[in-house]
Design a binder for this molecule. Structure first.
Ligand code: MRU
Length: 352
């Protein structure tokens, strides 16, 4: 496996550094975040994107919410809580963002309850926790990759939508982690890459990651996916997720639902790969998932080039919900969930 596949989109080097995913594949440039507001902006404008990766970025951003010097712990806690609220509001659909912020708020509260808490101690504890969240998300992807590799036959053609690779997860990848796991197991794998309009995460990011890794891949227009599946050229569809409801409904990049319908119509397995942090047991079904609506300008243009009449009205839902009945399996680091999903998730969480 090419070492070039090890893309690290989020780094902490004294402060938060993000690989600017808006510029890929043409330029590899880094954005430095010095405060929470920089991170909120970077999450909102897709400098960093992908559910687990924005969770990791937000965890580090919480360190930036602690004031540099002066002030008392009480005001530092207020700043951390306000920072957490702003980060959560940056993108509503990916549950990993709120999950990571809540984890950091728990760490902050635990520090506050210590006998001699201080601002330095708060900052150190949040940084240690952010590093641990980052490491555990990457480790989860590696585990997803090795578990999911069994579902990919040697010589398989996989179809994926959006980007659920290292760029989207903080490292290794979830859906692409499975492809990677299969390749590391010695299998030949080819990937059909949906371009993923409107902002082309497939064409710009997934194709870039796979090609860097030397994994054969073919880019297709989103509108071609159903016919490629119908022709019998896809053995398994593998996608990531932004939020998975307790009943197994899956929110993922807009267009995923159409791919799932086509896969179901042609009896092709539709597999979702996601860390446990993406499963929201407090969310009963897809109906309760808030779908982010983004600037219609993303639909009206490609790379800043207008493609529709001036004044054209457009709508830009960033995600859709695939109902659980279309989902063959959900691969997490804790194991493989299958219908009925509520029982399966409870079992994987250690219940019966
Ligand atoms: O809008 P994006 O690029 O953040 O959307 C990303 C996706 O929909 C991914 O498929 C999802 O976050 C899974 S990432 C492992």
């Amino acid at each position: 496996m090419s070492p070039g596949f090890d893309v690290e989109p989020v780094r902490w080097e004294g402060t938060l550094h993000l690989l600017d995913q808006r510029l890929l594949p043409d330029r590899e440039a880094w954005v430095m975040c010095r405060g929470v507001s920089d991170a909120v902006e970077a999450i909102g404008d897709l400098t960093v994107r992908g559910a687990p990766a924005i969770g990791v970025a937000a965890a580090y951003a919480m360190v930036l919410a602690v004031p540099d010097s002066g002030g008392d712990l009480g005001s530092a806690m207020t700043s951390v809580r306000d920072g957490g609220e702003a980060l959560k509001a940056a993108r509503p659909t990916a549950v990993n963002l709120a999950w990571a912020v809540d984890r950091q708020l728990e760490v902050a509260s635990a520090v506050q309850a210590e006998s001699a808490p201080g601002i330095e101690r708060l900052r150190d504890a949040l940084l240690e926790s952010a590093r641990s969240i980052h490491e555990s998300e990457v480790a989860a992807c590696r585990r997803i990759g090795s578990i999911g590799a069994d579902l990919v036959p040697d010589g398989a053609s996989v179809l994926t939508h959006c980007n659920a690779g290292a760029l989207a997860t903080g490292g290794y990848g979830s859906a692409l982690g499975i492809v990677r796991g299969a390749v590391e197991a010695g299998k030949q794998v080819h990937v059909w890459v949906d371009e993923t309009r409107p902002v082309l995460q497939g064409a710009r990011l997934t194709a870039w990651e796979l090609t860097r890794a030397g994994i054969p891949n073919t880019l297709i227009a989103d509108v071609a996916a159903a016919s490629v599946i119908a022709r019998g050229d896809v053995d398994v569809v593998i996608v990531g997720a932004d939020r998975i409801a307790a009943n197994g409904d899956v929110a993922n990049k807009i267009g995923t639902y159409g791919v799932a319908l086509a896969a179901s119509a042609h009896s092709v397995p539709f597999v979702v790969a996601a860390p446990v942090s993406t499963v929201d047991m407090a969310c009963p079904s897809g109906d309760a998932i808030v779908i982010e609506e983004r600037d219609p300008g993303e639909v009206l243009s490609i790379h800043g080039q207008r493609i529709a009449p001036r004044g054209q009205v457009a709508a830009n839902w960033a995600f859709d919900v695939t109902p659980h009945r279309l989902v063959t399996a959900i691969i997490t680091e804790a194991g493989v969930a299958r219908a009925p999903y509520p029982e399966s998730f409870r079992y994987l969480a250690g219940g019966t």
